[in-house]
Design a protein around this ligand. Structure first.
Ligand code: ADP
Ligand code: ADP
Length: 229
């Protein structure tokens, strides 16, 4: 996994206008290689903003973001972002399998190899029988499972998760928690999860960063010491 560093990061939306929102106050945080860090905080405090800046999806207003010491200026290679809204991840014109295959489209391997690998990830989320369907033929929770299969198939070095489990039912959620944890342990990628669910944060992560109301600051970071399932 790679190391993510945020140094005095601030974010103001629409600065100098009536619509100005000071989202991030001053965020300094170091996520270690292979660490699983969760970010919790009240609704609207800037958790998604924080994650999108870490991913290079939007720019910060001040401060620096670096991945393995390299300044982040756009989505870096090896970084995978899982959106809360699966509708932002899946391409409606591609089948379920086609969506997962997209994650490794550039990889050098045969068509059959790519297909097998992606079918394997679909099986991990219990959707092997839906490979030839289209996303809109699936329920919301199933679509999110496809998005999760795709994120994992990409073999990220760092995985950023923006509440990806909130749209699935409780039973599926606990299966997906186990799957993500298992792959995280096997593959050693760095993971950062944004959630409003403190129990989920405790279950999944090594450390929890608690944000204040906006303009948010990190109030404290708490190591979790509970044994994993
Ligand atoms: P959280 O994920 O903690 O709910 P967000 O990062 O989504 O918080 O939002 C933080 C604040 O910034 C909120 O007040 C939100 O309305 C505002 N905000 C988020 N995105 C934008 C945007 N693109 N333009 C203007 N304001 C935004
Ligand atoms: P969350 O609380 O999970 O961040 P939101 O509903 O706040 O979800 O935000 C969903 C999306 O809308 C995010 O991409 C965010 O950047 C964007 N957004 C949120 N608030 C605003 C806003 N005031 N203006 C424009 N975009 C916004």
């Amino acid at each position: 996994g790679c190391e993510l560093t945020l140094n005095s990061v601030t974010k103001v939306y629409s600065p100098g206008t009536e619509a100005e929102v000071r989202a991030l106050g001053n965020i300094t945080l170091n996520v270690e290689p292979g660490e699983f860090l969760s970010v919790v905080g009240p609704s609207g405090c800037g958790k998604s903003t924080f994650l999108q800046i870490a991913a290079g999806l939007i720019g910060a207003s001040g401060g620096q973001v670096a991945l393995d010491g390299h300044k982040v200026n756009g989505p870096p290679e090896g970084l995978v972002y899982l959106f809360q809204q699966y509708t932002r991840s899946l391409m409606p014109w591609r089948t379920v399998l086609g969506n997962v295959e997209f994650a490794i489209e550039g990889h050098r391997m045969s068509r059959a190899e790519r297909r097998d690998r992606c079918m394997n990830f679909l099986a991990m989320v219990g959707l092997q029988d839906f490979a030839s369907r289209y996303p809109w033929q699936l329920s919301g929770g199933m679509q999110q499972r496809v998005a999760i299969a795709r994120a994992l198939a990409a073999e990220p070095r760092i995985l950023l998760l923006d509440e990806p489990f909130s749209s699935v039912d409780a039973l599926t959620r606990s299966d997906l928690h186990e799957l993500v944890l298992r792959l995280w342990e096997e593959r050693g990628f760095t993971a950062m999860l944004v959630t409003h669910d403190v129990d989920e944060a405790i279950l999944l992560s090594d450390r929890i960063a608690v944000l204040s109301h906006r303009p948010s600051q990190i109030v404290e970071t708490i190591p979790t010491e509970l044994p994993r399932p």
